[in-house]
Design a protein around this ligand. Structure first.
Ligand SMILES: Nc1ncnc2c1ncn2[C@@H]1O[C@H](COP(=O)(O)OP(=O)(O)O)[C@@H](O)[C@H]1O
Ligand SMILES: C[C@@](O)(CCOP(=O)(O)OP(=O)(O)O)CC(=O)O
Length: 452
């Protein structure tokens, strides 16, 4: 095997913009997370292969899961798994990437990709930690689909990093820090992810996996729905349409880089129960349609506060550079709880409280438990903790996780340890990601051993 390369992509928390982000008229605030999905790829050329590409994908952390695909132009790049095993996220990624690059003159025909996912994506119960000097991953006895998820966007991370790893076989000069390549990877991954899910969602998870923390406005769903059905018979038609959608079409989306302000951090707490996003979205959509114009007023009020949060992050960022004395007083105030002495902190806190109030209103009127009372109680307790400014149920909400914005000096573990109010929360070992897609050193995945 030659030219081994490795890539990683971050998970996500939709801090502001849940539900509204499904409509291209609203913008949202997505924080990329330090929990990452990784892919190590190697390729070689084997002779007499009947013009077939052999693609082996391993996810050994999950009961040694492995998928062995053969793909060829004659089969329209529809992947055939040797033992009939299925993983739609891997399959749609393979078919789109291979189809997209099918015009390339020469490329290796035997590809091996190893997937690794950071611990926070899944419940760690009964797993064995394997580490080396650089990385640490939990190994589970169960198959990937049987290990409970924590909601950080594992499939979006997988599809994005797999798209990158596969593309690197066709594009030897692939550079993930280049905007041009990020754009190609994002578009291909977004298409594959929608096809694998069988629906066109807002796509904020794939966008964050590619670009990192962003202000996001979704693409027009027609961009993806206009693609013809992918099948053996219409390979050429699909190929031309795919090239057009990936390379030429204006997706009319926004993914502009952002960050939590200096001195602030994101804290995520897992409440270990889980919710079904699809059902919540159905109920909210029904409520929205049946309650006009009141429902539009509620959305607009949430949007106003989402925009306030985005704007305040920008203001705080610039204050941290232009007025360092005031900014360090503000950070002192944040840590010590004198938040009302600082207009920016007061407004930030108020914006989150108003969003939460509106989510509770939607919960009551639609029957979708976006901020159930158990989460209200928990969030209300959290914002009393030293240094915690605001809290919210991220994304679709429900019984999943909670997100807090706090001073970087807040030690949430010690502030809450032994207190019954927090006994159902496990604080996740997470922070904001430093970047979206990145290239990693493939040597860092070698020699993982069980810790003693
Ligand atoms: N590490 C992994 N290895 C292989 N497949 C994975 C991995 N992580 C996620 N997947 C795929 O993604 C699916 C989970 O997707 P989904 O239900 O959309 O969860 P999420 O909300 O975390 O994105 C899994 O059943 C599997 O097909
Ligand atoms: C409701 C939504 O706007 C946000 C859902 O956010 P989550 O972070 O809860 O997402 P999942 O990981 O898919 O469950 C739906 C969407 O934007 O697609």
């Amino acid at each position: 095997m030659k030219g081994v390369r490795a890539f990683s992509a971050p998970g996500k928390a939709l801090l502001a913009g849940g539900y509204l982000v499904l409509d291209p008229k609203y913008e949202s605030f997505v924080v990329a997370l330090s929990a990452r999905m990784h892919a190590v790829v190697s390729s070689t050329t084997v002779p007499d292969n009947d013009n077939k590409l052999i693609i082996n994908v391993k996810s050994s952390q999950f009961n040694n899961n492995e998928w062995n695909y053969s793909v060829s132009k004659d089969q329209g790049y529809d992947p055939i798994e040797r033992d009939g095993k299925s993983n739609p996220f891997i399959e749609f990624t393979i078919s789109n990437v291979c189809n997209y690059f099918s015009d390339n003159e020469s490329f290796d025909n035997k590809i091996t990709i190893e997937i690794f996912s950071d611990a926070e994506y899944h419940s760690k119960e009964n797993s064995l930690i394997m580490s080396n000097n650089y990385m640490s991953f939990p190994f589970h006895k169960k198959n990937i689909q049987d290990v409970p998820k924590t909601g950080l966007g594992s499939s979006a991370g997988l599809v994005t990093v797999l798209t990158t790893a596969l593309s690197s076989v066709f594009l030897k000069d692939l550079d993930v820090s280049s905007i041009k390549y990020q754009h190609t990877i994002h578009n291909l991954a977004q298409i594959a992810h929608c096809q694998a899910q069988g629906k066109i969602g807002s796509g904020f998870d794939v966008a964050a996996a590619t670009y990192g923390s962003i202000i996001y406005r979704r693409f027009l769903p027609e961009i993806i729905s206009q693609l013809p059905e992918l099948s053996v018979d219409n390979f050429e038609r699909y190929h031309n349409a795919l090239k057009d959608v990936v390379d030429t079409c204006n997706w009319k989306m926004i993914a502009s880089p952002t960050n939590l302000p200096k001195g602030f951090k994101l804290i995520m707490g897992d409440v270990n129960t889980g919710s079904e996003t699809v059902k919540l979205v159905q109920k909210v959509k029904k409520w929205y349609a049946n309650n006009q114009p009141h429902s539009l007023d509620v959305y607009n009020c949430i949007d106003e506060n989402n925009m306030k949060i985005i704007q305040l992050c920008k203001t705080l960022d610039s204050l941290s550079k232009t007025d360092t004395v005031y900014y360090s007083q503000l950070l002192e105030g944040l840590y010590n709880g004198y938040t009302d002495d600082f207009k920016e902190l007061k407004e930030f806190k108020h914006a989150f409280l108003t969003i939460r109030k509106n989510f509770r209103l939607i919960s009551k009127e639609s029957g979708a438990d976006i901020e159930p009372s158990i989460q209200t109680e928990l969030l209300d307790n959290c914002i009393q903790i030293k240094g915690v400014l605001a809290g919210v149920v991220p994304g679709a909400g429900g019984f999943d996780a909670i997100s807090l914005i706090a001073s970087e000096n807040t030690d949430i573990e010690s502030e809450t340890s032994g207190l019954t109010a927090f006994s159902n929360v496990s604080w996740m070992k997470l922070k904001q990601a430093e970047c979206g897609l990145m290239e990693e050193d493939p040597q860092h995945y070698i020699g993982l051993r069980a810790a003693h």
